[in-house]
Design a protein around this ligand. Sequence first.
Ligand code: GDP
Ligand code: IMO
Ligand code: MG
Length: 420
Amino acid sequence: MVDVILGLQWGDEGKGKIVDYFAPGYDIVARFQGGPNAGHTLYVEDKKVVLHQIPSGIFHQNTINLIGGGVVLDPVTLRKECALVESFGIDVKKNLYISQRTNIIVPTHRALDKASETSKGTDKIGSTLKGIGPAYMDKTGRNAIRVGDILDKSFITNYIKLRLKHQKLLDNFHFNEDISDWEDEFFEAIEFLRTLNIVNTEYYVNNQIKDGKKVLAEGAQGSMLDIDFGTFPFVTSSNTISAGVCTGLGIAPQKINEVMGVTKAYCTRVGSGPFPTELFDETGEELRKIGSEFGATTGRPRRCGWMDLVALQYACMINGVTKVIMTKADVLDSFKELNMCTSYIVNGTPTTEVPYQISKAKVEPVYEQFEGWNTDTTAIKDTAALPATMHSYVKYINEFVGAPVKYVSNGPGRDQIVEL
Ligand code: GDP
Ligand code: IMO
Ligand code: MG
C-alpha cells in the first residue's frame, strides 16, 4: 500500500515537516521526482535540518529511505547531506537506498542551467541553478548517465561523451567559467555513491508492498510547478503530481491509497512566473516576515499572497487529493482580516478555472473576506481548542476544493500539528 504526500501550491508548503511527522507509520519513505532544487525543512532534536536529496523520513531508524528512478541526483549534494545525516547517528549505508535508474546531475548540467538562465535575461525562470532542467533534458533526450551506470566500466567513456556534447552547447552560450573544481568533487562523490545501496527499486518496492509493507511517497516542489499542469513555462522539469509516483517508483496506480496534499494557509512562490494572489503591499511583507518566507535552497525572499482556492481546487483535482494538510496556520494568527481568492477575472471574463495561458493572460483575483482568529494558536493540541473562526476558514476550503482538511500545522516543530 502506498500513500502520497505532495505539495499543492508552488512548493515550500511544509512537506518536509509533514513527511517527518508521518514517517514512523511507514516502512519506506521514497522520493519520486525532482532533485536538489528541493529544500525540505524539519527539526531533529530541536536542530533545523534542510534536506535536498534524501527523503524526509531519514531520521527514523526503522524506516528505509529510497531515492526513486524519477529523481535527478547530484552526487556532490548527496555526499554532503549523508555526512549531515550521519552526524545525527543515522547509518545511511543501512537506511538509504538509491535506484539504478536515477539520473545523475553532472557538473556541466549545472553550468548549462546557469548559461541558459543568463541567456533568457528578464524572461528567466528563476531556476535554483542546480542543473535540473538540463538533467531532465538529457533523460528525455536519451543521453543521461544513470546511477546503475557508475558500476560499469563504460562510465568514464560515457561521461566524456556527454561532457563533449555539453561543451558544444556551453560554447554556444559563450559560457567560459572554469568548472574543474566541480569536476574534482563530482568524481570524489561518485566514489562515495558506489559505496551506497544501489538497488532495483521497482522490484524492491513491489515486493515490499506484496509483503504488506507501507510506503510513503514524498513529493518535491508543488503541483503548480508540474512540467505538464503547472504555470508553464515557469515550472520545474518533472511531474510533481501524484501521477509522478507511478513513473518515479515503478508502481501501479491501483497501489496508491491516500493522496495527502499539503498547502499553506496562504500562498508563496519563489522564482519567476504567474502568481494571481501575490501581495505587493505591507500585508505581503508581513506574511514574509512572520512566516520567515526565505527559500530553503537559495535563500531568496519568497513572494507572498493570500490563499488561492482556484489554484488549490485545480491541484486537488489533478492529484486526486483525499486529504488536505494545511500548514503555517499560525502565521495568520495576528491578522484581523483574511482573504481567499474564489475566482479570477481573466482578460475581463470571470472564471473559476486556471487558464491555459496563465503566464500571458491578465489575471485579477476576486476575494472572499474572512474574520481572522487574531489569537496565538501555536500551543494548541486539539481541534476543539482551535478558534471557531479558523474552523470556518477550514470549512470554506473543504467545501470549495471538495477534499477535507484533516490536519492543521501550527508551528514548525514536529509536535505542532492538530488533527481535525
Ligand atoms: P517544503 O519544501 O515543502 O518541505 O517546505 P520548506 O521547508 O521549504 O518551507 C517550509 C518552512 O516553513 C520551513 O522553514 C518550515 O520549518 C516551516 N514550517 C512548516 N510548517 C510550519 C507551520 O505550521 N508553521 C510555521 N510557522 N512554520 C512552518
Ligand atoms: P521544494 O521541494 C519552491 C522553483 C524555482 C523556479 C522553478 C524552476 O522545496 O518545495 P528549477 O530549479 O527546478 O529549474 O526551478 O521552480 N522551484 C521551487 N520553488 N520549492 C521548491 O522545492 C522548488 N524547486 C524548484 O524557484 O521558479
Ligand atoms: Mg522547500
